[in-house]
Design a protein around this ligand. Structure first.
Ligand code: PGA
Length: 260
């Protein structure tokens, strides 16, 4: 039986924004999202200090909000860390875990990423688990091994029921912020591989949303989102521009994917 998977587009603001500019962007996205078909879900992951602002300005709108990281610990003496429960206090829906910038600049291992995913799920957040290879790894033919190991570490820490509630984002490191997106064929190939890996965890896990991230723009979004196993996008730079982000969301509306 075939069924339609809805699309999900999530903005990752990274370390950008100030109160005044955020207000205009959040209100503009909330307004623009009203026109999107029901099959498209939208979210924005903001810096921690702006979760309250996102809650105030996006509450009641079509747009969900989330954080860009979460502590691997529940609570305690972890100066500077933010617990999943604190993020939930602001009615957030998502927490990105294992973004390549966290893995590279903060030495996060896949085991730590798995703990973060589990903390997020336990608190009621949907973790957006990022995986992706570097250019050197791609060129030496290691893409499947690298992204497979990153995903497996997370799946190993979760039950089938828990794993069914995650979102996975494939973000090739060489495509992030470079303007050089993966081609739709390159992305689809890795997504199909990840889909099979998810399905091996259990039937309930096969249809978790698989987002592509890395230089998604209004110009390439429709082609990427048309691919069978691409269920939407994780959008960095373009999520900071209201018009671009909404155009990407609109492109998602045109490409709802068909799941087997
Ligand atoms: P980009 O970033 O869209 O600016 O390439 C994507 C991401 O890092 O999530």
């Amino acid at each position: 039986m075939t069924k339609l998977r809805s699309k999900l587009v999530v903005g990752n603001w990274k370390m950008h924004g100030r109160l005044a500019a955020n207000a205009a962007l959040l209100q503009g996205v909330a307004r623009g999202a009203q026109a999107l078909p029901a099959g498209v879900q939208v979210g924005v992951c903001v810096p921690f200090p702006y979760l309250a602002q996102a809650q105030a300005l996006l509450g009641g709108s079509r747009v969900a909000w989330g954080a860009q990281d979460v502590s691997a610990h529940e609570q305690g003496a972890y100066t500077g860390e933010i617990a999943a429960g604190m993020i939930v206090d602001f009615e957030a829906a998502y927490a990105i875990v294992g973004h390549s910038e966290r893995r590279a600049y903060h030495a996060e291992s896949s085991e730590v990423v798995a703990q973060k995913a589990l903390r997020a799920l336990t608190a009621g957040l949907t973790p957006i688990v990022c995986v992706g290879e570097t250019l050197a790894q791609r060129e030496s033919g290691e893409t499947a091994r690298v992204v497979g190991a990153q995903l497996d570490a997370v799946l190993a820490a979760l039950s089938e029921q828990e794993a069914a509630r995650i979102v996975v984002a494939y973000e090739p490191v060489w495509a992030i912020g470079t303007g050089k997106s993966a081609t739709s064929e390159q992305a689809q190939e890795v997504h199909a591989f990840l889909r099979a890996r998810l399905a091996a965890k259990g039937a309930a896990v096969a249809n978790v949303p698989l987002l592509y991230g890395g230089s998604v723009k209004p110009e390439n979004a429709a082609e990427l989102f048309r691919q069978e196993d691409i269920d939407g996008g994780l959008i960095g730079g373009a999520s900071l521009k209201e018009g671009d982000f909404l155009a990407i969301c609109t492109a998602a509306a045109a490409g709802e994917s068909v799941a087997g």
